[in-house]
Design a protein around this ligand. Structure first.
Ligand SMILES: Cc1cc2nc3c(=O)[nH]c(=O)nc-3n(C[C@H](O)[C@H](O)[C@H](O)COP(=O)(O)OP(=O)(O)OC[C@H]3O[C@@H](n4cnc5c(N)ncnc54)[C@H](O)[C@@H]3O)c2cc1C
Length: 274
């Protein structure tokens, strides 16, 4: 959707991106029954798909209104590659929040880290997230970050427009698409219908190489290590298992007419037909 020109100031936008296992290789993901975590070692990480929509939206706003786009992730050190990709797409600066104390974080512990970093980065107008991640898929991180920053959040946004000192957003809900308005600062989570993410170009890739990723650990964020990682996670994982999916096969015998009648009778017994 076309953006209106903001006359008042250039926007400061932060995009939160999560590295997730490449969905094209999910057949190699294994659940570790001991640690109850996903063993991701065989699957390379990529930027969560909806976070690419969030980056695209930030780029479109920057191209129309000017401003700066900062990308942030809480992840292991090798996520610097996903941040480089975000820089190649046009983001201006990148922060990697990485510390052994962050390992095993649930959504609240993740949100605490992201909120602490966003506060430290300084003035913000908009924080963008994906509506959900492809692996955890809780949709909780964006709203939790907004709550910790004490700013409004508009979730599952499929259209966004800058209107003066705020935004007008079309949000997808179960019953209808609803229009909400908010002043800056606000946090927005995006669904994939919002736009078609661009691909990085050669100019962007070369530009990205000149930008250093800033790395912050728990001490840099001034965050108590009891509040992050597994220690700071109120979620308790009690069990993980792969559900067994079985099919019962039955071959019917008889003429075409008999087969049809047997089939209909079975479907009615199973209450699959009235
Ligand atoms: C007890 C427990 C232990 C866990 N241990 C681990 C573990 O060791 N390793 C692990 O990878 N996962 C672990 N998880 C999963 C972890 O909780 C989630 O991966 C993480 O908190 C994000 O939740 P989500 O994927 O549901 O995000 P959603 O809320 O579905 O994500 C929405 C959006 O939030 C933003 N976002 C989410 N996470 C991040 C991030 N890290 N950085 C920047 N932006 C982000 C993105 O914009 C994303 O599109 C654990 C979960 C539990 C309950």
């Amino acid at each position: 959707m076309a953006q209106k020109k903001s006359k008042l100031h250039e926007l400061e936008i932060i995009v939160c991106i999560k590295p997730v296992p490449d969905p094209r290789k999910w057949d190699k993901l294994k659940l570790d029954p001991e640690t109850m975590l996903l063993n991701r070692s065989q699957v390379p990480p990529v930027i969560n798909a909806l976070d690419l929509n969030a980056i695209e939206q930030a780029m479109q706003i920057k191209e129309t209104n000017g401003g700066k786009v900062t990308v942030v992730t809480m992840a292991p050190p090798d996520a610097a590659d996903q941040l480089q990709e975000a820089l190649a797409l046009g983001c201006d600066q990148a922060y990697l929040l990485s510390d052994i104390a962050f390992a095993g974080a649930d959504t609240l512990a993740t949100a605490r880290c992201l909120a602490a970093a966003i506060k430290k980065i300084g003035r913000i107008d908009l924080v963008f997230c994906g509506a959900y991640s492809l692996d955890g898929s809780t949709s909780q991180v964006g709203p939790q970050v907004a709550e910790l920053l004490e700013i409004p959040d508009l979730t599952h946004v499929v259209k966004l427009q800058i209107e003066g000192e705020g935004v007008k957003a079309e949000c997808k809900t179960e019953s209808a698409d609803v229009i909400f308005e908010s002043q800056f600062p606000a946090l927005i989570t995006f669904d994939r219908e919002v736009n078609q993410p661009r691909l990085p170009g050669m100019v962007g890739i070369r530009r990205a190489k000149d930008i250093s990723v800033v790395k912050w650990n728990a001490a840099d964020l001034g965050i108590n290590t009891d509040q992050v990682g597994l220690k700071g996670s109120p979620t308790q994982m009690l069990n993980v298992f792969t559900p067994t999916i079985g099919r019962k096969g039955e071959i019917l015998q008889g003429s075409a007419l008999e087969l049809t009648s047997q089939l209909l009778s079975k479907l009615r017994t199973e209450k699959l037909l009235q």
